[in-house]
Design a binder for this molecule. Sequence first.
Ligand SMILES: Cc1cc2nc3c(=O)[nH]c(=O)nc-3n(C[C@H](O)[C@H](O)[C@H](O)COP(=O)(O)OP(=O)(O)OC[C@H]3O[C@@H](n4cnc5c(N)ncnc54)[C@H](O)[C@@H]3O)c2cc1C
Length: 355
Amino acid sequence: MSQAPGSPPLQTQGPYYPLRVLEVVRETHDACSLVLEIPSELGETFDYSAGQFLTFRVEVGGKRLVRCYSLASSPVTDSAHKVTVKRVDEGRVSNHVNDRFVVGTVLEVMKPAGVFCLQEREDEPERPIVLFSGGSGITPVVSIIKTALATTRRPLRLLYANRDEASIIFREEIDALAAAHPDRLAVVHSLDDRDGFVDLPRARDFAAGSLGADFYICGPGPFMDVAEAALAELSVPADRIFIERFESPDDELPVDAQAADSGNGVAVTVTLDGKTTEIDCGPEETILQAARRAGLEPPFACEEAYCGCCMAMVKDGEVEMKMNDGGIDPKQIEQGWVLTCQGVPKGPARVEYPD
Ligand SMILES: Cc1cc2nc3c(=O)[nH]c(=O)nc-3n(C[C@H](O)[C@H](O)[C@H](O)COP(=O)(O)OP(=O)(O)OC[C@H]3O[C@@H](n4cnc5c(N)ncnc54)[C@H](O)[C@@H]3O)c2cc1C
């Protein structure tokens, strides 16, 4: 849900907090940044690490959609929280944000989450950092760059791919950082209309210059595939590679009924958007899978226990999570929240998604 400027602030709804847009920055013809106001009482809740994202819940065309947006600000060098949203062709939320959000808009936001973060290397404080970024994939990457420049002595190299000159988000900011740190930050811009798409040899050559580095990759699917393939060819160990995928959940796609075993008959009562439905959860089937199989449309995004989008409150019964990769914190678990993408009911249960 988002709210027009001038209306009274929204109340907190479960894991969502109402935040006001303080500033809208037009970055390029197809991307804008939102600077968000964090009330002082939420300061700690919204503390974040460089590279983390926020989850927005936005109403578009009568449907509540959940989307993640990385923080492009640095927790160390920037005073405000800033996300940057690039239009996706026919994309519902990204175009809604670019077209409709103005100073004063209030939107529902979850606290920062995500594991695509600047890793501390106390054992090797000068280990280089190599970053592959394409298009809007620059958002967490620029946060990592600013933070690493300010808090470490590590050298950084960025390969930044864009369609054309006009599409480069944060061009001035990044070039100014490189100019201010000529011995620490090297930036190579790759433009599709000038250089063609980044291919395997170019990605490999770029990475080969810093084989002992940590590697960060974020961008469009094919760009990320090339970067990953280059690192595989160079035998870079997996624990030095960090990847963020900017995917929307397939919220329109039916769940493959075969993928979930529905034969056990554990009854789970699900309240979603004020409507209560009884669903049937198979052995090892998660509540999210069973709910979608039953035709419900609960919120979700990563399905890997790190974004927190699919959280619901357990009102009755016991629900065990297969894993938690930071999507929910111990305090929330204590309060009864569960990640439904990981939650398997141990017997009949009742869960409620936040309004
Ligand atoms: C961790 C994370 C961080 C992210 N950070 C950022 C960020 O910093 N900046 C940023 O801009 N984005 C970011 N994203 C991506 C963002 O969350 C959204 O996925 C993106 O904005 C597109 O959402 P949308 O609602 O506009 O598009 P959607 O409406 O979800 O559409 C996406 C695509 O699917 C197609 N589509 C839509 N509906 C259908 C349908 N019914 N059938 C077939 N195809 C359909 C559309 O044509 C479009 O091409 C991030 C994603 C993740 C997971």
